[in-house]
Design a protein around this ligand. Structure first.
Ligand code: FAD
Length: 633
């Protein structure tokens, strides 16, 4: 038996983005010995890339805002498929979480009278996004890390060891969740979480963490798509780890394509152009210079969006007496509109449309409000956004689907396994509103941490890992160095093929036939992936890392395609060419993915009916657009 590095903790948090850090702060603050593990450098997590802001109904810029309005906007954005309890908790608790960040040291942009400033964003009725220029995620991560350092200093004072109760393991990838053997606890414990197995990216050495509770906070899945705003870390690891451990994923058919990614030059295709550009007055035009979004206001949103340029422009100064510009429709609507313009031949030279802020704001104001965008376009595309429009098009950005969790505790179906942040499903329904992710991370990161603390206290047992499971985990990760007799496969080539399949067949507009073709191709890729082969040894070997990540990407991509095939309607981030309308009969149904013997199974399950007091926040005629007659009170 190979001896491997072993650590014992009360809680292991996998992921050091906003959700993971907030969860770890909670578990440590409540006295539990906590490990935070991340596969990139500490501070690099995806959260750091968030630009526009964090949504919370603090009412600083428009005092009419409150949690009920935020709740309504979130449900509308998700086309009423959201887990309403999560949307309720999120809307109620987001302001507290933002104020709490200030107590950790965050410095948000201010209003003239010194309050936290809030900006407009798509789908939000009032200015609601607290922000730090267009670098909000950086401030969020910086502040959470600062809080972690302060907790570590407390431990140093108390125990003489900074890491006595909170330690970060960076550049460490988890490949397997471990379950209890049943040897140490009461009967029936065998299905509980017992820890996690992984490897150090630099040395390739194996490591294991034994713990009764694991919080997954691993982010999204975007690297399965060719054009994406996501970085190399987003390979769906947490989604796949949860599935393989016996948890279920919901809403996997809903993938958000952000309307505005860069389209040129090719090397930067997909990089995000923040929605703040539109929130701060930027407009979308086609090659005929037409502000085309007025042609794409869907029936369900007609009452809330301006139908003329004059009214839309007046809204920026007088939002109480005018309707919002259609550029600020939810992301799914804007992405589909851009897609249609390009398809119908009214796109830009490089296959996008034009996003113009240069004719809308003075140059110095653009640089002040959007410093990263100014820098990004100047450096990467040689475009000065204060003088000319940007070329933009849809890019895979966010996955609404994720681990099915209890809304209050973030507990998954597997005892001891919790999930928060982008890896968790339910909160955003079929489409996430911009800014609602950063607030989701804090609200449910804290709740997942609290859920894990409560679970550890309640169960009170230490798990015992099956040694044979650890051996199997070691064999699995070592497999690409010992390929079988079949023709060996190159991980980079296979990844490129996967991305092409997902982009071409499971992208922004889908059809049943495309999904069937995609599933066929994904099964074939999965078969070939058994022969993935890498050269060299385990010391920093990116080809090997990718080979391991591919196992997760393939599994999660299959869930997306399989669920997309079954949902025969169009809603939010799932648009079916062959079923173009939203079908109220589907609103009450969730598709839950599980894995049995390595195969994905997708089953329909009913959505729990919304509580009466929350339902009464909506006008009857609005509900009628989404609900079946039987469901209405
Ligand atoms: P992340 O921040 O991605 O953290 C995931 C962590 O998990 C990382 O530390 C990673 O290393 C680790 N990890 C993953 N797999 C493993 C593994 N196998 N083993 C160990 N560690 C692992 N949302 C907003 O609300 N407002 C915005 O303005 C906004 N702007 C955005 C801009 C861009 C360019 C992008 C890409 C997204 C933006 N989003 C925004 C979305 C938001 O940033 C993400 O949804 C959110 O940050 C996800 O946070 P998280 O904590 O769930 O995961």
């Amino acid at each position: 038996m190979v001896e491997i590095e072993r650590h014992d903790y009360d809680v292991v948090v996998i992921g050091a983005g906003g959700a993971g850090l907030r969860a770890a702060i909670e578990t440590r603050a409540q006295g539990l010995k906590t490990a935070v593990i991340c596969k990139s450098l500490f501070g690099k997590a995806h959260t750091v890339m968030a630009e526009g802001g964090i949504a919370a109904s603090m009412g600083n810029v428009n005092s009419r805002d409150n949690w009920q309005v935020h709740f309504r906007d979130t449900m509308r954005g998700g086309k009423f498929l959201n887990n309403w309890r999560m949307a309720e908790l999120h809307a109620k608790e987001a302001p507290q979480r933002v104020w709490e960040l200030e107590t950790y040291g965050a410095l948000f942009d201010r209003t003239k009278d010194g309050r936290i400033s809030q900006r407009n964003f798509g789908g939000h009725e009032y200015p609601r996004l607290a922000h730090v220029g267009d670098r909000t995620g950086l401030e969020l991560i910086r502040t959470l890390q600062q809080k972690i350092v302060s907790l570590q200093q407390e431990d140093r004072a108390e125990f003489g060891d900074y890491e006595a109760r909170l330690k970060v393991f960076q550049e460490c990838t988890i490949t397997e969740l471990l379950k209890d053997s049943g040897a140490g606890g009461p009967q029936g414990t065998a299905d509980r979480i017992a820890g996690a197995f992984g490897y150090w990216r630099e040395s390739g050495r194996f490591v294991r963490f034994d713990a009764p509770a694991v919080v997954l906070a691993t982010g999204g899945i975007g690297k399965s798509f060719k054009v994406t705003s996501n970085s190399w870390e987003y390979t769906g690891d947490g989604h796949a780890l949860a599935l393989r451990a016996g948890a279920s994923l919901i809403n996997m058919e809903f993938v958000q394509f952000h309307p505005t990614g860069m389209v040129w030059p090719p090397s930067v295709k997909g990089i995000l152009v923040t929605e703040s550009v539109r929130g701060d007055g930027g407009v979308l035009r086609n090659s005929e210079n037409r502000r085309f979004m007025f042609d794409y206001i869907p029936e369900v949103f007609k009452d809330n969006y301006a139908d003329s340029e004059e009214e839309a422009d007046r809204w920026y100064d007088d939002p109480d007496n005018n309707r919002r510009p259609p550029e600020l429709l939810p992301r799914d609507e804007v992405a589909r509109a851009i897609n249609s313009e390009v398809k119908e031949g009214r796109g830009s030279e490089h296959g996008g449309v034009f996003l113009d802020v240069s004719s809308r704001l003075p140059a110095e104001e653009i640089v002040r409000r959007l410093p990263s965008m100014h820098h990004q376009f100047k450096e990467l595309a040689d475009v000065d956004i204060t003088a000319e429009p940007m070329e933009v098009g849809p890019t895979c950005h966010y996955v609404m689907g994720g681990v099915e969790v209890d809304p209050d505790t973030a507990a998954s179906r597997v005892p001891g396994l919790f999930a928060a942040g982008e890896v968790a499903g339910g909160m955003h329904g079929s489409n996430r509103l911009g800014g609602n992710s950063l607030s989701d991370l804090l609200v449910f990161g804290r709740r997942a941490g609290a859920g894990a603390v409560e679970y550890v206290a309640r169960t009170g047992f230490r798990p015992v890992v099956h040694e044979s499971d650890v051996d199997a985990a070691m064999r699995r990760v070592a497999a690409p160095f010992e390929p079988g007799d079949g023709a060996s496969e190159n991980p980079y080539a296979l990844h490129a093929e996967l991305q092409q399949v997902m982009n071409d067949l499971v992208g922004i507009i889908r059809s049943g036939e495309e999904m069937r073709t995609a599933l066929g191709q994904l099964h074939e890729l999965k078969r070939r992936a058994k022969n993935l082969a890498v050269e060299g040894n385990r010391q920093f070997n990116p080809g090997w890392h990718l080979a391991l990540d591919l196992r997760n990407m393939l599994l999660v991509s299959e869930c997306v395609a399989a669920a997309a095939l079954l949902r025969t309607e169009s809603r939010g981030g799932h648009t079916r060419d062959d079923h173009p309308a939203m079908d109220p009969a589907w609103r009450g149904k969730l598709l839950a993915c599980s894995v049995y013997d390595g195969s994905v199974d997708v089953a329909e399950q009913p959505q729990s009916p919304m509580r009466e007091d929350l339902l009464s926040l909506f006008a009857a005629e609005e509900l009628r657009k989404y609900y079946t007659e039987d469901e209405l009170p």
